[in-house]
Design a protein around this ligand. Structure first.
Ligand code: ZN
Length: 358
């Protein structure tokens, strides 16, 4: 175990579009494509550095001492009006009527769906378990090709319109980012190498679960894509990632090809992207997809419950490997469902992606 700075709270700075994608895009010949990507990369790089410097001073829990745990979300939406000052101008508070801005309303709904899934299915009030208010800012910067959770709030760009569209379009992206907060308040997985890929994968899992939950889809009906609808029509691709078939989300002249491996055979050793946290996450992502579809029915019920139990159970080490995580999912399945089909299905899912459990 690594030491836990800041009483176990260590915000990660995850942008939904990882740096390696923007890096490729910034090398495009067409300045209309390259310039927004370069600007987004520079802004993200500065923010990533800023977060490292300020992480130790980040203590939002200290501000909340009330014993009552809210059973309703408290959402506040802001409009950056294409500037970079956060949070921006307040445009919708909890309980307010919808605004005329679809981005605001989509972000409001996405924050609410994430709160609902956590509370209704897993009995957790918001990402911290104490009803943490959910804050989002839309229309961040000009042609900003990303969305992120900075440890305190969600931020959404409008995209450049050429490669990426408005980042509030994908509800799973909203839930993905909030799930980084959930991880931060629970297992606090270190954001590098395999534990970092697990951190990313957990966010994709809960991102996809929130999407399926909000649409009332069973595991068989879900698209198991992350960021479907975010890519502009000119891009050859369907999403940023595919949990069902990692490595197939896009294959485009400008964006390059989806680099995610689908099993340990193709594990990518790299120094980029914190050791490939957005790349090797394809492996645990596919294990979850295989398990959820093997179970059938609603993915958030059994498969999602097992993952939630591991994340919040207190046994997952900050520097956990894929095998550590896999073993705990087997144990969680046994504890919750007994020594039966569920635990066997978990073993099979990990085996299919080449992660040893015994
Ligand atoms: Zn992420």
């Amino acid at each position: 175990m690594q030491p836990r700075p800041n009483n176990g709270l260590q915000p990660v700075f995850c942008t939904i579009v990882p740096p390696h994608v923007l890096d490729k895009l910034s090398q495009a010949d067409d300045p209309l494509l390259a310039d927004p990507a370069r600007r987004t990369l520079e802004a993200d790089g500065a923010r990533r550095h800023h977060r490292r410097v300020t992480a130790l001073a980040w203590t939002p829990q200290a501000a909340r001492t009330s014993a009552a745990v809210p059973s309703k979300p408290h959402r506040t939406l802001y409009d950056c009006r294409h500037g970079t000052d956060l949070p921006g101008v307040k445009v919708r508070d909890e309980g307010d009527d919808p605004t005329r801005d679809a981005s605001v309303n989509r972000a409001y709904a996405g924050l609410g769906a994430t709160f609902d899934l956590l509370l209704t299915e897993y009995g957790r009030s918001s990402i911290d378990g104490k009803g943490l208010p959910l804050v989002g800012s839309v229309h961040y910067d000009e042609k900003y090709n990303n969305a992120f959770f900075d440890g305190e709030q969600m931020v959404f760009g409008d995209g450049d319109g050429e490669i990426f569209l408005d980042f509030t379009i994908a509800i799973d992206v909203i839930a993905h980012e909030l799930a980084h907060g959930l991880t931060q308040y629970t297992a606090n997985l270190a954001y590098e190498g395999q534990s970092g890929a697990l951190n990313e994968s957990v966010s994709d899992v809960f991102g996809s679960l929130v999407k399926q939950y909000s649409l009332g889809q069973s595991a068989d009906q879900g698209d198991w894509l992350i960021g479907a609808g975010l890519l502009a029509p000119r891009v050859s691709g369907v999403a940023l990632r595919s949990m069902k078939a990692p490595g197939t989300a896009y294959d485009d002249d400008v964006l390059g090809k989806d680099p995610q491996p689908a099993s340990m055979d193709d594990y990518v050793d790299t120094d980029e992207d914190n050791g490939g946290v957005h790349i090797n996450s394809g492996i645990p992502n596919r294990a979850f997809y295989l398990l959820a579809t093997a179970f059938g029915g609603n993915a958030w019920e059994r498969a999602g419950r097992i993952w939630f139990d591991v994340l919040t159970g207190g046994e997952l080490a900050q520097d956990a490997s894929f095998t550590d995580f896999a073993r705990l999912t087997v144990k969680a399945a046994q504890q919750r469902f007994g020594e039966g089909d569920e635990a066997e299905a978990v073993l099979k899912a990990w085996s299919e992606v080449g992660v040893p459990t015994r």
